[in-house]
Structure formats: C-alpha cells, structure tokens
Design a protein around this ligand. Structure first.
Ligand code: ASP
Ligand code: MG
Length: 416
C-alpha cells in the first residue's frame, strides 16, 4: 500500500464531466488500497476570468485581495470533486490551504511555502478518506490567504508529497508526459520514460512549459519522485527521477527546448579596457533586467563588441539604459534585434559523450542556419538564431540527435 499525491490541472477538471471522469480514476486507485491525497487546480480559464474581473475594477488591485479572489477557483473544484467521489462511495473530504496549514510567507500573489502541518491530512487518511486539497493557496502567519504564483498547484502537490513523504507525486495534465521536444512543433517527438531533475529544470527554464519551474526545484531539493502523465489517456507518463539511471546507456541529448521571447542587444565599438563588461551589464542588471546569454568579442583594433540577450519585454528599457550610458562607455553604437530565438539541447549524457557541440553546429550549418551567439553549461548548449529559422533549427537538431519516435506513424489523409 502506498501513499500517492495526485494533482489534476485545469483542463483535467475543466467541466463536471471531466470531474466525474477524474473521480472514476481516483476511486479506482483508492480501491486498490492506496492512500490518496489529491491537489486540484481551478477549472481551466477560471483563474484568468477572475483576474479580468479584478482588472475591470482596478488596474492594480491590492495583492491581498487578489489572493482572496484567485483562491476561490480551487475551492470550487475541490468541493465538486469530493461530491463526485462520495457519489462513488469513495470517502472524501476537501480542505483549503489554510485548513491543512500550508503556511507561507506574506508575499501575496507569489508566496513561498514555509511549512506544512500534515497532522490533519494523516488523520483523514487514517479514517479511510481521500483528501482533496485546494492547490495554489496557503495562509500566512496572520491568517491571510496567500497564493503561490500562476501555475502554483504543481508546487502545492510537490510540497505536500514532500511533507507527507509520499511514494510518488503524480501530476495529471493534458499531455502524456515530457517529450523530447514540443510535439506541436515536431510530429515525431518521443515521450520520455524518465528524465533527471537537472534536465527537467533546464528544459522548464528554457521554455518547456509542462510543470511550474518552482515545483521542479522543490521536488529536486526534497527528492520527491515526480511523474507527469495524462488524465485523458492511459500510460505511464514520464518519471522525473532523482537518480540517473546508471544501467542504461544515456543518449547524448534528452531534449530540445526553444524560446521566442528574447531580444538581443549589441553594444559595439567600445574601447577594450578593463571594466567594459561591467559598465555595459551593470546598469542593465541594476535596473532589475535579467541578462541571459552574454558574449564579448576579442578586439583587433582596440575596440570590442558586447552582445547579450534579455526578455523581449525588457529590450526597450535595456536599450534606453545603454543609450544613456553610451558616452560613459565610449560606444560607437547600440542596437537591438527582437527577431531572434534561442534553441537549446539538454542532456546529462553530454558529460560522457564527446562531440555533441560539433554535431549540433554541423546540423545547423547543413541547413544554412547562421548561429549568432553560443553558450554552454555542463548539460546544455544554447544558440541564438534568427527567429525565422527557429522551426527548421529545432527539426534539424531533433533528427540529427535521433530523438524521433521510432514508432511514429504519419497521419494519412483519408482519401474518399
Ligand atoms: N489556478 C492557478 C492558475 O491558473 C493555479 C494552477 O492552476 O496551478 O495559475
Ligand atoms: Mg498548470
């Protein structure tokens, strides 16, 4: 008998029919003798709807009141799910974050969990009930409702699994698991059986949006076995594991991620003296702008260029800061290019496979794709390319590293 935490996302419980379907699944699982704690999201679209109601009244509502408002979405689904379970003769009780003492800091709309008092949940499980907890919400020391940031139900689930020392934390969603690449871009993307936390963190931070990134950090830190799977289709999904599977020959690359939401800034013709990088990057990061990829050229003529990327939404602000600095810098020019994309390959297998970078560069060269910037870490190589080549680059890399699903059947157009 095991203790499992299951989290159902917005589309998985997006209607009463869907809630009934999920209740069937949970009741069956419970009948098999497992202890089950369920974390629910709001119905899909509900949190956005609440945000727009608030915005119709005030542009910047008080964060405390936003939390009171946004936390209601989950309170609806937790009650409906319990009703559906009780209808199936499966004992179930719902609890808000405050009721099960998910204690957070006071940072409304993006609170962090400090502590969970698991005694009430254990008592309910001991009396044979399924425990349904509202995701995304907690309570601070003063008894105020807090929320954990958009997508925060994933984090609730992982935190509960850690506190309860659950055997597994299962995140049910509308995809079958974690793929080698976004299947909406590459049809023969393969579903991964396992992936390590390190790889998942890289993929999540690089734009693969299967899980809220904080939940992955949390799971890695507390060593919670985490599984992503579909609530619509059968299957084992993807296990995000603490340990690398040492029995298996790891492929060099596990997955490919991409991001379109960056922009590239170049400061050119700066005198190449100590302190230039600091003078360029310093004021930008002092303004709270996150700088991603940075490259500086070696100079032949005593001047140098520095290129870096920022979120596209920050690019104009960064440019204004640099323009204001241009005289101090002695720069010849400051330019912005918002039509870029970042493509990254990720894999712990890179540590033991040589030649991964050159294979990547060759695959891009063979397609005539110019690489503008390159950065690497121990398990990741990222390149910045012209946005118009994004899809081509991703497809080329997916096939160069043999990531395609060998069982993929192209959809045939039916001839009638
Ligand atoms: N309902 C919240 C949101 O839409 C939390 C979640 O679904 O994880 O962001
Ligand atoms: Mg979500």
């Amino acid at each position: 008998m095991s203790l499992i935490v299951q989290k159902y996302g917005g589309t998985s419980i997006g209607s009463t029919d869907r809630i009934e379907a999920v209740a069937d699944k949970i009741a069956k699982f419970r009948k098999q003798g497992n202890d089950v704690v369920v974390v629910v999201s709001a119905m899909s679209g509900e949190t956005n709807r609440l945000v727009s109601l608030a915005q119709a009244i005030q542009e910047h509502p008080a964060p405390r009141e936003m939390d009171v408002l946004l936390s209601t979405g989950e309170q609806v689904t937790m009650a409906l799910l319990c009703m559906a379970l009780q209808k199936r003769d499966c004992g179930a009780r719902s609890f808000t974050g405050g009721q099960v003492r998910i204690l957070t800091d006071e940072d409304h709309t993006r609170a962090r969990i400090r502590e969970i008092d698991d005694s009430r949940i254990h008592a309910e499980l001991d009396s044979g009930n399924v425990v349904v907890v509202a995701g995304f919400q907690g309570v601070d020391d003063g008894g105020n409702i807090t929320t954990l940031g958009r997508g925060g139900s994933d984090t609730t689930a992982v935190a509960l699994a850690a506190a309860l020392k659950a055997d597994e934390c299962q995140i049910y969603t509308d995809v079958k698991g974690v793929y080698t690449v976004d299947p909406r871009m590459v049809e023969d993307a393969s579903l991964l059986d396992t992936i390590t936390f390190e790889e998942m963190l890289e993929l999540a931070s690089l734009g693969a949006k299967v899980l809220q990134i904080r939940s992955v950090e949390f799971a890695g830190k507390y060593k919670v076995p985490l599984r992503v799977l579909s609530s619509f289709e059968e299957g084992e999904g993807t296990l995000i594991s603490v340990e690398e599977d040492s029995n298996m020959e790891k492929p060099a690359i596990s997955g490919i991620a991409f991001a379109r939401d960056e922009a590239k800034l170049t400061v050119s013709g700066v005198p190449d003296v100590p302190g230039v990088a600091y003078k360029v990057i310093g004021p930008v990061s002092d303004a709270g702008i996150e700088v991603d990829v940075i490259v500086q050229n070696v100079s032949a003529d005593g001047t140098t260029d520095i290129t870096f990327t920022v979120k596209r939404s920050d690019s104009e602000r960064a440019r204004d800061i640099l323009n204001a600095q241009a005289t101090v810098l002695g720069a010849a020019d400051v330019s912005v290019d918002a039509r870029i994309a970042k493509v990254s390959i990720v894999g712990v297998g890179m540590r033991s496979h040589a030649g991964v970078a050159s294979k990547m560069f060759k695959a891009l060269a063979d397609e005539g794709i110019n690489i503008q910037v390159i950065t690497t870490s121990e398990i990741k190589i990222s390149v910045v390319v012209d946005e118009k080549y994004l899809e081509l680059a991703v497809r080329a890399l997916h096939s160069a590293f043999d990531l395609g699903d060998p069982n993929y059947q192209p959809k045939q157009d039916k001839q009638t």
